[in-house]
Design a protein around this ligand. Structure first.
Ligand SMILES: NC(=O)c1ccc[n+]([C@@H]2O[C@H](COP(=O)([O-])OP(=O)(O)OC[C@H]3O[C@@H](n4cnc5c(N)ncnc54)[C@H](O)[C@@H]3O)[C@@H](O)[C@H]2O)c1
Length: 445
């Protein structure tokens, strides 16, 4: 199969590299000439584990190439994927579809007859209809199909997710388009990944419903964690106790500083807009968005309380800036609101992140960035873990205690058992640890 991937960001680059690894012939297109230039030199625009080797081996095998020339990439393609950004539109929270529609227009001019245009970007219900209209307007005589194929990969685990997905969703009712999509995803049949064919609008909504549901799970356990702190219960044990129920499942039930990232915040907002526009408000999702927004800044107040209530003139060491580990993505990371709240209260911030510092510099002001967690801790009045990178799971705690001006740890990801930290003479604050820490013992019947 010949595939053109329009947009070479997280999704386009990972999808393009994986499709080429399946044996397809893939051209990745981006209008950012600097990005393409760097990719041609083998330099990845993002941090994603394993991506550089995957790209290099498929470039060597001549199955994967990069260009800014959309027309030449599309002219040969059996399937053209749109993987451009759909950020929140400034002001109203709708998904900004201008990149998708601009790409559709450019693609239309170059498509070969019988080609399938596949929207992989996360787009509101009805976007496929508009993409189809744009293509028909440009090329009324052309036989072409527009399909929805949302992407569910997680940054940090993107290659594994793409190659062994829980499911692939394909939205089209056209038999010819289904045939092309089956050929594109045939290698996954060997991995026994289910492929769910639906109507196009249904497929578009599945992506938003999935993200809203996951955001709801996170927000639910975060509120339960707040209650745990007040009533003397442990949120991790509650999470375990409910997550062992197969109807609930253990994933996305870890209390923390609130969800962030490039998808959940903008996708929940866009879903609410679609719901409002259609006169069907989604009250649960509305509450999730409000609770999560308030929570990020509340985490700043939690740190201030752990430091005795007054942080003016004090220094705080923040470990972990990206919205989750194994990515350098800073989009809507909770660290931004936490650090802002600390700075607003008069604290200065020293911060470390294993991969995210370059991206963080663009969104955080007046932060002293350190290339080592122990350097960040020097002279700080508290150590705050915001993102649970592996590098923070086995810190040399006595060394940290000696470096800090005050032995205060705020662990917003609950990676340390409170008792272990307190034994070393630290003041410890976690999330939802009203009982002090886990007392759960699991015995098999
Ligand atoms: N990042 C994720 O984890 C993730 C997961 C699932 C779905 N998605 C969705 O996938 C889509 C892409 O997300 P992303 O994070 O990869 O975005 P991104 O911002 O990292 O990349 C988008 C790329 O598209 C390029 N682009 C824009 N218009 C173009 C055009 N006309 N021609 C060629 N290139 C063009 C941009 O230069 C940019 O490099 C979004 O809709 C997002 O919601 C993202």
């Amino acid at each position: 199969m010949h595939i053109a991937m329009i947009g070479t960001g997280y999704v386009g680059l990972v999808s393009g590299a994986c499709f080429s690894d399946f044996g397809h012939d893939v051209v990745c297109v981006d209008k950012d000439a600097g990005k393409i230039e760097r990719l041609l030199q083998g330099i990845m625009p993002i941090y994603e584990p394993g991506l550089d080797q995957l790209v290099a081996s498929n470039v060597r095998a001549k199955r994967l190439s990069f260009t800014t020339d959309l027309a030449s990439a599309v002219a040969d393609a059996d399937a053209v994927f749109i993987a451009v950004g759909t950020p929140s539109r400034r002001g109203d929270g709708h998904a900004d579809l201008s990149y998708v529609y601009a790409a559709a227009k450019e693609i239309a001019a170059a498509l070969k007859p019988g080609a399938v245009v596949v929207t992989k970007s996360t787009v509101p219900v009805g976007t496929g209809d508009e993409v189809e209209r744009i293509i028909r307007e440009e090329r009324p005589e052309l036989e072409a199909y527009v399909v929805s194929n949302p992407e569910f990969l997680r940054e940090g685990a993107a290659i594994g997710d793409f190659k062994r997905p829980d499911r692939v969703v394909v939205g089209t009712e056209e038999e010819k388009a289904k045939e092309v999509m089956r050929a594109v995803y045939r290698p996954l049949y060997l991995n026994r990944s289910p492929i769910l064919f639906t109507a196009r609008r249904t497929s578009e909504l599945i992506k938003y419903a999935a993200n809203a549901f996951l955001a709801t799970k996170i927000t639910f356990i975060n509120e339960i964690a707040d209650l745990c702190e007040v009533v003397g219960a442990d949120a991790q044990d509650v999470s375990r106790g409910i997550g062992l129920d197969n109807r609930i499942g253990a994933k996305f039930l870890h209390a923390g500083p609130g969800y962030g990232g490039s998808c959940f915040p903008k996708d929940t907002l866009a879903l609410l807009k679609t719901a409002d526009d259609n006169g069907t408000p989604l009250r649960v999702v509305e509450a999730v968005v409000q609770v999560n927004e308030a929570r990020k800044r509340a985490m700043g107040r939690k740190v201030i309380k752990a430091m005795g209530g007054d942080v003016r003139g004090k220094s705080v060491a923040v470990l972990g800036l990206t919205f989750k580990p194994n990515t350098d993505d800073m989009r809507d990371a909770p660290s931004i609101a936490v650090i802002q709240a600390l700075q607003d209260a008069g604290a200065s911030v020293r911060a470390h992140d294993p991969e995210g510092i370059e991206q963080a510099k663009a969104v955080l002001k007046d932060v002293d960035f350190c290339d080592d967690p122990y350097v960040a801790a020097e002279g700080a009045h508290a150590l705050v873990i915001v993102t649970e990178w592996d590098a923070y799971r086995a810190l040399d705690l006595p060394r940290l205690k000696a470096l800090l001006a005050e032995p205060v740890m705020v662990d917003l990801r609950n990676i340390y058992p409170p008792a272990d930290i307190e034994k070393l003479g630290f003041g410890y604050t976690g999330v939802g640890r009203g009982a002090g820490g886990s007392a759960a013992e699991l015995h098999q019947a």
